[in-house]
Design a protein around this ligand. Structure first.
Ligand code: PLP
Length: 400
């Protein structure tokens, strides 16, 4: 099928929940993808921060092939060897002791919310269930996680929403302190907000929250679904800050493209869950875990977090240069290879123009152009992306 046939039949048969760009991607290798008409693109979306090893990395492909010839699925009624290996790898490389496996970011956050409420009730009584989250956050599309998300646009039309969530402005310590009452069991945030516009947490903000949480025995939950797994220059984003949350959620890049999510916790917190408290049929299945094991070991072996840091700095430098030249371009910000450029115009039309020029980018919020290249991206590839962005901006006129 070519692009137009896929789009035509997709419009007829697939439910209309996405504002999709008008191409169908059918093949990928490294930083490149091809659409159904054979056109090549430099992929700085990476399936929304998912394909962090690049497309079809040989180690990931080999791991999936081998596991698919051994055992796909057996359920969590039994012990699963690849799941145990991933849990051990995560524990050995992070500040957490135990992992619960699921299939997506929203599910990982659901698990975190459920665990936090169990913990709050167990240690501080039935009324300790409230969770403070940040404005402009994004935590998922299930009922609890869209309620945790501090953006009205994902909540509208779905009321009544679950009770017990409060929102404070990101990086606003005073507002947060004012919201902390005895019924708060957790504070949940993305150390770098992705969907909300690539907003980086201040070190002091996170340090003060950690202090506050310690004082009041409130759980600190980091949603690292987007900013985790090497993207911000460390294997986990919290490691950039020296602030350790009690719970961390992962998904997106964890399986490099296979569906897997994880909720990690310190032992003292994890023990609030007992058999029967939470479950997932597909969670931590052999196939997804074989992929996650390959992703984690490859990231460590190939020093991808380090490359993300170096290439991120290079990308930001180049984008700042471009931004300084055009009046509609503003602040460039980010951490590692989670990078955004603020625009004074809407991001979507710019993303469309870049797509036409063979560069895939995604918007983050209304006005931010987001760059999410694979973590093994090269300097040459970044140069090509910068050239394309510059070309598009130049075409849009309005040079300073
Ligand atoms: C994408 C994302 C989610 C939701 O993940 P899904 O796999 O789409 O459910 C949650 N939190 C953050 C920070 C995300 O970027």
């Amino acid at each position: 099928m070519n692009n137009s046939t896929i789009i035509e039949e997709g419009t007829q048969y697939v439910m209309n929940t996405y504002a999709r760009f008008p191409v169908a991607l059918v093949e990928g290798k490294g930083s490149k993808v091809w659409d159904a008409d054979g056109k090549e693109y430099l992929d700085f979306v990476g399936g929304l921060a998912v394909t962090s090893l690049g497309h079809c990395h040989p180690k990931l492909t080999a791991a999936i092939r081998a596991q698919s010839e051994k055992l796909f699925h057996c359920s969590n009624l039994y012990w699963i060897e690849p799941q145990v290996k991933v849990a051990k790898l995560l524990a050995e490389n992070s500040a957490f002791d135990k992992t619960f496996f699921c299939n997506s970011g929203a599910e990982a956050n659901e698990a975190a919310i459920k665990l936090a409420r169990k913990y709050g009730k167990k240690h501080h009584g039935e009324n300790c269930y409230r969770i403070i989250t940040m404005k402009k956050s994004f935590h998922g599309r299930t009922y609890a996680t869209l309620t945790a998300t501090g953006q009205e646009k994902v909540q509208k039309g779905y009321e009544p929403l679950p009770e017990g969530f409060m929102y404070v402005p990101f990086n606003d310590l005073e507002a947060l302190k004012e919201s902390v009452t005895d019924d708060v069991c957790a504070i949940m945030l993305e150390p770098v907000q992705g969907e909300g516009g690539v907003n980086v947490a201040n070190k002091e903000f996170l340090e003060e929250i950690q202090k506050l949480c310690k004082e009041k025995d409130i759980l600190l939950i980091f949603d690292e679904v987007q900013c985790g797994m090497g993207r911000t220059g460390k294997l986990f984003c919290y490691q950039n800050y020296g602030v350790e949350p009690h719970i961390m959620t992962l998904a997106k890049a964890l399986g490099g493209g296979t569906a897997i999510g994880a909720m990690l916790a310190k032992e003292r917190v994890a023990e609030s869950f007992a058999p029967g408290d939470h479950a997932s049929t597909f969670g931590g299945n052999p196939l997804a875990c074989a992929a996650a094991e390959a992703v984690i070991t490859t990231m460590l072996e190939e020093k991808l977090p380090e490359n993300a840091k170096e290439m991120g700095e290079y990308l930001v430098e180049g984008l700042k240069e471009i931004s300084g030249t055009y009046s509609f371009a503003g602040e460039v910000r980010g951490l590692g290879l989670l990078v955004g450029m603020e625009l004074e115009i809407e991001a979507v039309p710019v993303v469309k123009k870049c797509l036409e020029k063979g560069l895939l980018l995604s918007p983050a919020g209304k006005n931010v152009l987001r760059f999410l290249p694979p973590l093994n991206v090269t300097r040459d590839e970044i140069d090509t992306a910068l050239e394309k962005v510059n070309f598009v901006f130049e075409e849009m006129g309005d040079g300073k």
